[in-house]
Write a protein that binds this ligand. Structure first.
Ligand SMILES: Cc1ncc(COP(=O)(O)O)c(C=O)c1O
Length: 414
């Protein structure tokens, strides 16, 4: 094909990441983003200078403002103003805290609604909330996975009603890559008097998000995918400005208190977004988040989205020309407006093919049960040539039946 997405944007951004094995096609930046070179330098400095040298003095000098400062930067990427976002805890824990807080405002409503194909941890958290908060609350799972856009809208419109207290969805579906129409869904939920909580894990850093314009109540998301914050990096949470101070964190820890260092016996909640913190932040992991977020801001989210769409389109063309006839199915929407930044292919031998790709061809996708081979396109650093390599490997694995060299038994992280 004539158009090569690498001809535009990259502009040196890939060179700002550690790429030790140039022959490896890394298409898993939607699970664990690459290491920015600036992060390695920064962490070295945090360890040796801030911890090693400045010791306890670093809390006031460097560390206490971090959760908010990085939160505000992430806020720029999701359309939240300063003071609405903090980085703390895991995505799951943040979902629990915000879900609990929003459900305190449910009035007489008794249903929590989510997609039956949502990320399992989100479903577990919501189910736990329903059980723990009140016997009148129940979790309703509706199947929104891989349905056509019109059908998704129809099913949502049917399901959200005067009994719906909270709707919680992942903006981009972790398997199919389907991107919900965040403004339209938020509007629908709001118009029906329910609360809207988004999980932005698979969209933040890869596509523009405007939480303020959408009117959604709150959002959570992780920082280790397209934000390149590193393994186990703390997540973020964000709350609509007029709800800050009205929503209350169910976990009363000292970092969520008004004046933690008064060591008061009485808990007075912090009425700013800091009220959603709980305990001491993991400073090394937290520090590692900032350079990755800075890179995304510097590159510009609109340009990144453009590049992401060009690269996913490039993959789809190759799928049509070379893979569809080999038994692969496309699980990701063709309409670029309806997809995030990964491409998912189905194949009954998906697990074995994934192992073949990794161990024979040095192409790194991941696998999601039962049959999904998932390719993350990280627009800051993924090259079209890496996609070419993946397509070559997918083709060869079937044509030469080389996937048969790998066992069908599952195990470990993929
Ligand atoms: C959409 C989504 N939500 C939640 C999580 C869980 O995040 P955490 O482990 O930070 O709780 C993930 C993890 O990959 C995810 O993809």
């Amino acid at each position: 094909m004539a158009y090569r997405p690498d001809e535009f944007v990259t502009a040196g951004f890939r060179d700002r990441f550690v790429v030790d094995l140039p022959d490896r096609a890394y298409l898993d930046g939607n699970s664990l983003g690459r290491l920015p070179k600036a992060t390695a330098d920064h962490i070295q400095q945090v360890v040796t200078q801030q911890w090693g040298n400045e010791l306890i003095g670093s809390w006031n000098r460097h560390w206490l403002p971090l959760s908010r400062r990085i939160g505000d930067k992430i806020g720029q990427l999701i359309g939240a103003g300063p003071g609405q976002t903090i980085v703390c805890d895991s995505t799951s824990l943040n979902l629990y805290k915000l879900g609990f807080a929003l459900l305190q405002q449910r009035g007489g409503r008794s249903t929590i609604l989510t997609d039956s194909g949502n990320f399992p941890s989100d479903i577990y958290i919501l189910e736990g909330l329903a059980r723990q908060i009140s016997k009148d609350l129940r979790l309703q799972l509706i199947d929104l996975s891989v349905a056509e856009h019109q059908e998704v809208s129809h099913r949502l419109s049917q399901a959200v009603n005067e009994d719906t207290a909270l709707v919680c969805l992942s903006h981009v579906h972790f398997k199919s890559g389907y991107a919900f129409d965040l403004p339209a869904v938020s509007r629908l939920v709001r118009d029906r008097g329910a609360r809207m909580l988004w999980d932005l894990s698979h969209s933040v850093g890869a596509m523009p998000i405007d939480m303020a314009a959408s009117g959604a109540d709150a959002a959570v998301g992780c920082t280790y995918k397209y934000l390149n914050g590193g393994p186990g990096a703390p997540a973020f949470l964000s709350v609509r400005s007029d709800l800050i101070g009205k929503l209350q964190n169910p976990i009363q820890g000292w970092f969520g208190a008004e004046r933690p260092f008064d060591f008061s016996k009485e808990f007075t909640p912090n009425s700013s977004i800091d009220g959603f913190a709980v305990g001491t932040p993991p400073i090394l992991s937290l520090s590692a988040v900032e350079p990755g977020v800075d890179l995304v801001i510097e590159a510009g989210i609109d340009g990144l989205r453009e590049r992401s769409m060009a690269l996913t389109e490039f993959f789809l063309n190759a799928f049509d020309q070379r893979l569809a006839r080999l038994g692969y199915t496309l699980q990701t929407p063709r309409n670029p407006a309806l997809r995030g930044s990964h491409i998912s292919l189905g194949h009954p031998k998906g697990w074995q093919i994934t192992q073949d790709l990794i161990h024979r061809f040095s192409v790194i996708p991941d696998f999601r049960e039962p049959d999904t081979i998932r390719f993350g396109i990280a627009p800051l650093y993924t090259l079209a040539s890496e996609i070419d390599r993946a397509v070559d490997a997918l083709e060869s694995s079937i044509l030469n039946q080389s996937y048969l060299d790998f066992s069908d038994s599952r195990g470990g992280v993929t």
